[in-house]
Design a protein around this ligand. Structure first.
Ligand code: GLC
Ligand code: CA
Length: 592
């Protein structure tokens, strides 16, 4: 059986002895030096930029973004000032879920390029002092992965136990779980007359982490990338990996399929697995790790991120992302309020103990942050800058999603044919054809919450398709590319892009924004979000107007003796305590 642990590599014909880790003088070393709050670490001081490669830049005009496209924009990233890139999956994949369905972890998707291109990207980033973290998608593999092809071939396959295979019950699926993308979480396989489990699409098959061989194969693959010079991982739904082995039914009298999260979200052995992964892999490298952990509570997050427990550096928590989600789930949008928004931020800023936060307001899975938490109409520029101020002055590692630095907005494609995301397409089919909901209502939900809002191509200039491609893009460009694009933003010193650059520089130059204590001011105020960051003798106050109104506001704390540091409007009332804040105004003061 031992040989089977090596199986992946036998099946893939890959050599796992990676090359030397690339060392580069431009990459800041982890200092480990003490500061006012714990130990300094490069990943705490990092500013991450997420690239969704399919939509970033197309180099060969086939309409699909690719690695060479990213390489052609490295100077742009360097100028922006970010120092870590998180690359959404670039591995071989049949693209049922745009790369989150991996068929070979040790090779690059054909549309994106080759391993040599990837090496060139790595080197280009490192040369510019930018680290590279990869998406690690190991809760599931593609059904086209060799492990699964082998697994489904027979009940006796040595890979059978890599996945969850179960007999049906009373002529139905083994349990009543639904998939995150609609329908049952089980798919029947004619060949062996059993069902397999898929929490996401039927082409994303859940791995059985209780099988030690699965874990060892995953660790081996991780080392392969780390030895190639990867600086860390963003771990896709990593808190779904441990399932209650009996896979019980969701207890309900309701017919149909139900979310079985209670049996696999933060499951029984997840911490044991992460500690093992840390011992065997992560601890051997100077890297950064961030777990994507939907439904995680503050208490769960402490377990994942407490430095003494040796699991992950940080997790993505979704309480802000879930703020406007109604009781019926993500497609039902309810109004959110600023006091609630502030309460969540404050809880996480203050409550994580020995753990570390990640800060994000958008991603490839979420609507555009300016459309959701700002105002993408007349105050688009002001509110995008205001949100940038929040993102870059909180405690925790900030993640900028591609395009947010130029204030890209949600898109409202008129018909379903313009959409590409499997989640959107499945939901539409179910809602319109099975539940007979009105098309208008369904389209409206897609306009508000669909993941394709964030996946339209990056808007580089005002030429056709926003300069993303000269071919036909895989998904249409947001029609507002003529005014919202990088080229325009570069020319205008008052643009969102230049504001991001200034704030990124400010954060990099100011340890108080990274490590300083956070304290909320006036927490019940429904328009203003104000907080202090204190680091030794240094003290900053950030004041954000979240409303589209002029607001007169006096801070409970005197700031007349302070220096205005940065903001999204011109400020001439320095030295007064009464602030006259304009719509979506943001100001940073240094208390002297
Ligand atoms: C994560 C990814 C998302 C993907 C899902 C399944 O939530 O961010 O894009 O669809 O996992 O891999
Ligand atoms: Ca291409």
């Amino acid at each position: 059986m031992d040989g089977m642990i090596q199986g992946k590599n036998i099946l893939n014909g890959k050599n796992v002895t990676g090359q030397e880790k690339t060392e580069d003088k431009n990459i800041q070393k982890s200092s480990g030096e003490k500061c006012f709050s714990g130990e300094r670490k490069w990943w705490k001081e990092a500013i991450v930029y997420q690239i969704y490669p399919r939509s970033f830049k197309d180099s060969n005009d086939d309409g699909i973004g690719d690695l060479k496209g990213i390489i052609s924009r490295l100077d742009y990233l360097q100028e922006l000032g970010i120092n870590v890139v998180w690359l959404s999956p670039v591995y071989k994949s049949p693209n049922d879920d745009n790369g989150y369905d991996v068929s070979d972890y040790c090779d690059i998707m054909d549309e994106f390029g080759t391993l040599e291109d990837w090496e060139q990207l790595r080197d280009g980033l490192h040369k510019r002092g930018i680290r590279l973290i990869m998406d690690l998608v190991v809760n599931h593999t593609s059904d086209e992965h060799q492990w699964f092809i082998e697994s489904r071939s027979s009940v006796d396959s040595p890979y059978r136990d890599y996945y969850f295979w179960r007999d049906g019950k009373n002529g139905r699926e083994p349990n009543n779980w639904c998939s995150a993308f609609g329908g049952s979480a089980w798919e029947y396989d004619e060949n062996t007359k059993q069902y397999y489990l898929h929490i996401f699409s039927k082409k994303q098959v859940d791995l059985r982490w209780d099988n030690p061989k699965v874990r060892q194969d995953v660790y081996k693959m991780m080392k392969w990338w780390l030895d190639k010079g990867v600086d860390g991982f963003r771990m896709d739904v990593i808190n779904y990996t441990s399932k209650v082995d009996e896979l019980p039914d969701v207890k309900t009298d309701e017919p149909g399929y139900h979310w079985g999260g209670e049996y696999f979200v933060n499951g029984p052995r997840v911490h044991e697995y992460l500690q093992e992964m840390n011992r065997e892999v992560l601890s051997k490298y100077d890297i950064m790790t961030v777990g994507e952990t939907p439904n995680v509570t503050l208490e769960d997050a402490k377990l994942f991120t407490d430095e003494d427990r040796k699991e992950l550096n940080m997790v993505f928590q979704f309480e802000i992302m879930d703020l406007d989600v109604g009781p019926e789930g993500k497609w039902q949008t309810v109004p959110w309020t600023l006091p609630e928004f502030k309460r969540i931020i404050t809880k996480w800023q203050k409550g994580l103990g020995n753990g570390w936060n990640s800060i994000f307001f958008g991603s490839h899975d979420a609507p555009r942050m300016v459309s959701r938490f700002g105002n993408d109409g007349i105050y688009r520029v002001e509110s995008a800058k205001m949100l940038a101020t929040l993102l870059l002055t909180l405690k925790g590692t900030p993640y900028i999603y591609q395009g947010d630095e130029i204030g890209m907005t949600n898109v409202r494609f008129p018909v379903i044919d313009d959409y590409r995301d499997i989640e959107i397409l499945n939901m539409y089919r179910e809602a319109v054809y099975e539940r007979n909901l009105p098309v208008d209502q369904v389209m409206q939900a897609i306009h508000l919450k669909g993941r394709d809002n964030a996946r339209t191509p990056m808007q580089w200039d005002d030429s056709k398709h926003g300069g993303f491609t000269k071919g036909e893009p895989w998904i249409k460009v947001n029609p507002n590319y003529k005014t919202i694009n990088v080229k325009e933003a570069m020319k205008d010193p008052e643009s969102i892009l230049h504001y991001y650059k200034r704030l990124i520089k400010l954060r990099k130059d100011t340890l108080a924004f990274v490590y300083g204590d956070y304290d909320i001011i006036d927490e019940d105020n429904g328009d203003i979000f104000a907080y202090k960051r204190t680091y030794g003798n240094e003290k900053y106050i950030v004041v954000l107007n979240f409303s589209d109104k002029n607001i007169k506001y006096t801070l409970p704390e005197k700031i007349s003796c302070s220096e205005f540091v940065e903001g999204n409007y011109k400020v001439d009332d320095k030295g007064t305590d009464l602030l006259e804040l304009r719509p979506y105004e943001a100001r940073i003061y240094k208390i002297l």
